[in-house]
Design a protein around this ligand. Structure first.
Ligand SMILES: C[S@@+](CC[C@H](N)C(=O)[O-])C[C@H]1O[C@@H](n2cnc3c(N)ncnc32)[C@H](O)[C@@H]1O
Length: 258
């Protein structure tokens, strides 16, 4: 089981929202993690794709890996992005699924959605919509999505199984869950799990990697592929220390709904 934080979930939610409000509104501030175009290119995003989406969404990109090669999105597909932030991945997905396809981003932080919506309207991404909601209880019907994507988000959830159950519910049979996230090689000690700042910075909530994959399979999805993303590195000393000591790392993975 994932270790649950001993702090108040409402306090944690407030901290996570405050951090990602800053990511939307002050992307050049100081964070435990890297953001922006240099990171995106190093992780594997094609410059030609990044050139076609809003630069401000790229500035606030706080993902942890690249997974579009695993997603293999096709024209006309419906994609749901769990924790869509300022929208970078929703815009990249929109390029791939085209005008006949649909991309729906879910995020609980109002400032992230507001920024993504403003950029969508300004740049005419008509196939993208955003919904306010929690990834643990997505306000969408069953079997809607060909693909569920997520980047750097599920580590922030205290109940990861609930999120994977939602992904499984949203997918059509044969649909794909494709994501990048932070996991650990060894279980984190309570001193780190109970540090809400490290949790909000995508470290404290990271699950041990076998446990993470086990929870995906327990939700009825079949694991197909997992890759490490060594190009992703934390930047603050605190975060780097934890990362070295406990094998905190970024992975991308593909799972299928049978
Ligand atoms: C690290 S950012 C990543 C955002 C985006 N995927 C990207 O790559 O830039 C995490 C995002 O997940 C959202 N988030 C975190 N926990 C959430 C939850 N339980 N329900 C909905 N959104 C959540 C935050 O508001 C934030 O926008």
């Amino acid at each position: 089981m994932t270790t649950l934080a001993k702090f108040d979930p409402k306090e944690l939610e407030a901290k996570v929202k405050a951090m990602y409000r800053s990511v939307a509104e002050e992307p050049n501030g100081e964070f435990h993690f890297e953001m922006g175009r240099k990171l995106a290119e190093r992780l594997g995003y094609a410059p030609a794709d990044l050139d076609q989406i809003p630069a401000e969404a790229i500035e606030s990109f706080a993902g942890v890996g690249f997974y579009f090669h695993l997603a293999d999105l096709k024209a006309g597909e419906t994609v749901v992005d769990l924790g869509s932030g300022s929208g970078m991945d929703t815009f990249v997905a929109a390029l791939k699924v085209g005008a006949q396809g649909k991309v729906i981003g879910i995020d609980m932080t109002d400032e992230q959605r507001a920024k993504a919506e403003r950029l969508r309207d300004r740049d005419g991404f008509r196939n993208v919509t955003y919904l306010k909601g929690y990834i643990e209880a997505v306000p969408l019907p069953d079997a809607l999505a060909d693909v569920v994507i997520s980047n750097g988000v599920i580590n922030l959830a205290t109940d990861k199984r609930k999120v994977f159950d939602e992904a499984a519910r949203l997918l059509k049979p044969g649909g794909r869950l494709v994501l990048s996230d932070i996991v650990t090689e060894v279980q984190l000690p309570e001193t780190i799990v109970c540090n809400s700042t490290l949790w909000a910075a995508c470290i404290g909530g990271a699950a041990q990697q076998d446990n993470y994959r086990g929870q995906i399979e327990a939700s009825g999805l079949r694991m197909i592929k997992t890759e490490d993303n060594p190009a992703y590195q934390f930047i603050s000393d605190n975060a780097r220390g934890a990362s070295r000591k406990f094998g905190v790392k970024s992975i991308s993975l593909l799972a299928i709904k049978p």
